[in-house]
Design a protein. Sequence first.
Length: 281
Amino acid sequence: MSLRPGPPQRPAVRVTVGQLEVGTDREANRLAARDALRTAGRARADLVVLPEYASAYDRRGVGLDLAEPLDGPFVTTLREDAARHGVAVVAGTTLPGGEPDADGRARAVNAVVAVDASGGLVGVYRKVHLYDAFGHRESQHLAPGPVDAPPLVLDVAGLRFGVLTCYDLRFPESARRLVDAGADVLVVPAAWAAGELKAMHWRALAVARAIENTAAVVAVGQAGAGVVGRSLVVGPDGVVGLEADDAPQVRTVDLDADELRSVREQNPSLRNRRYAVVARD
């Protein structure tokens, strides 16, 4: 990996990391996302990654009040600006229409959308692992995505980017399932909750997912109160090539496809594995 001011030197794939501060003001959030895409366009990036809940976020909990459909203003803006700047986008949002809880209360869905550089909606990943941990109960407001949904993998400039989000990072089988589907890079939009040891966990888990899968990891955290920020890009050998602090920022890095192939030749752990990933309810 490298940080390069000029155009990407192929076979490098240029990725812009948008570590945004997100709140309940949807229009302000759209403007922040548009600024990140504009920056990515000026940097001649191939892909921009925005955090989990990039459309709207409330640290007290995200639910139906902050949800909007795929044809709503946020995803529509992403698609229009992706086409305008010629850059693919992966971003977190919240969708209506989740399964009700056991008491019949309506819930939303924590989702990540993937948009290609022509503005086409390539796919949607609905978060499987809800954050019912460390005193949080995401399942009070959100329904989980189906465990047997096809993995979301986006082709960008010769690399394949597999999508998971936030708490999924703690479950290595989620990452391995994406690699089995052909992912070279794991993309992790997150609003990683702050707390004791949490920033350390975030970094350690991102590095571990890179090493065990010989895959690059692009982990993009939200900035602001209650979340850690600290986005990072990790090479397939576990070396951290970009690491942010907790302030809002937009950074760009090149991923080297040749480096990934070289690491996988030297460390053929994916070929040497003896167990498969199987979904369970």
